[in-house]
Design a protein around this ligand. Structure first.
Ligand code: KIV
Length: 262
């Protein structure tokens, strides 16, 4: 039976049975449309920084930004489980991680997500210890891309990388993560992690088909950010190009004095 409101448990129960389609949302109307379309899990991702706020990467996104957009998404989603990213530098210490995770939960989040494995394990355990559902994020970590020289690189290509990713995934599962995003992980390693973690749902992005679910940045799926499309996404709509065409036509009509009413 489909629950009225998805929960971390209902998402977890899909493992090995039903894939988890997941999309990002940053505003009320999009969240409402995605919810009506039946997306079971929405993420207010800090990709917000690039696709909504116009920053070059995620490192300028603040807790205030996340809370503001999370509130709008929560108002739009009545059935989906809504999660929210802890932004860059908001979980450096255990105390900070718990305090900020609590703030996101107070705004209506159903879980929080943070990037990293063993290096944030104490933070994850502390978040779980106060009863907050947690989703991990392994592989390419956008919050660290500037430190890594600005390139979005595929992870898990060599043996050391593979081993570390599998170990990190097991540690996150043992710490109580109900799900984990695998971003730009080589497909064989994503498959290995999915099999190695019997309770944690893996949500792939650019990591091949053998995860427990897939997530995309919604503007990538609908062509809403036409200036950049990741290699692994084929946009299903041309939203950005269509807006440009419709608006430039309307501008010409108004300038000609044809006074369009619609
Ligand atoms: O910030 C984000 O949108 C994300 C997704 C790409 C998983 O973390």
């Amino acid at each position: 039976m489909i629950p009225a409101r998805q929960t971390p448990e209902s998402i977890q129960a899909r493992k090995g049975r039903l894939q988890v389609p997941s999309l990002t949302a940053y505003d009320h109307p999009t969240a409402r449309l995605l919810d009506e379309a039946g997306v079971p899990m929405l993420l207010v991702g800090d990709s917000l920084g690039m696709v909504v706020l116009g920053y070059p990467d995620t490192t300028s996104v603040t807790m205030a930004d996340m809370r503001h957009h999370l509130r709008a998404v929560v108002r739009g989603a009545s059935r989906a489980l809504v999660g929210c990213d802890l932004p860059y530098r908001s979980y450096d210490t255990v105390e900070q991680a718990v305090a900020n995770a609590r703030l996101l939960m107070e705004e209506g989040a159903g879980f929080v997500k943070a990037e990293g494995g063993r290096e944030i394990l104490e933070q994850v355990k502390a978040i779980r210890a106060v009863g907050i559902p947690f989703c991990g994020h392994l592989g390419m970590l956008p919050q660290h891309v500037v430190e890594e020289g600005g390139k979005y690189r595929i992870k898990g290509r060599d043996e050391e990388g593979r081993r570390r990713l599998v170990e990190d995934a097991r540690m996150l599962e043992a710490a109580g993560a109900f799900a984990c995003v695998l971003e730009l992980v080589t497909p064989p390693v994503a498959r290995e992690i999915t099999a190695a973690c019997p309770r944690m749902v893996t949500i792939g992005i650019g990591s091949g088909p053998d995860c427990d679910g897939q997530i995309l940045v919604t503007p990538d799926l609908v062509g809403g950010f036409p200036w950049f499309t990741p290699r692994f996404v084929v946009p299903r709509l041309k939203t950005g190009a269509d807006i440009r065409d419709v608006v430039s036509g309307w501008v010409r009509e108004v300038e000609r004095g044809s006074n369009p009413v619609s």
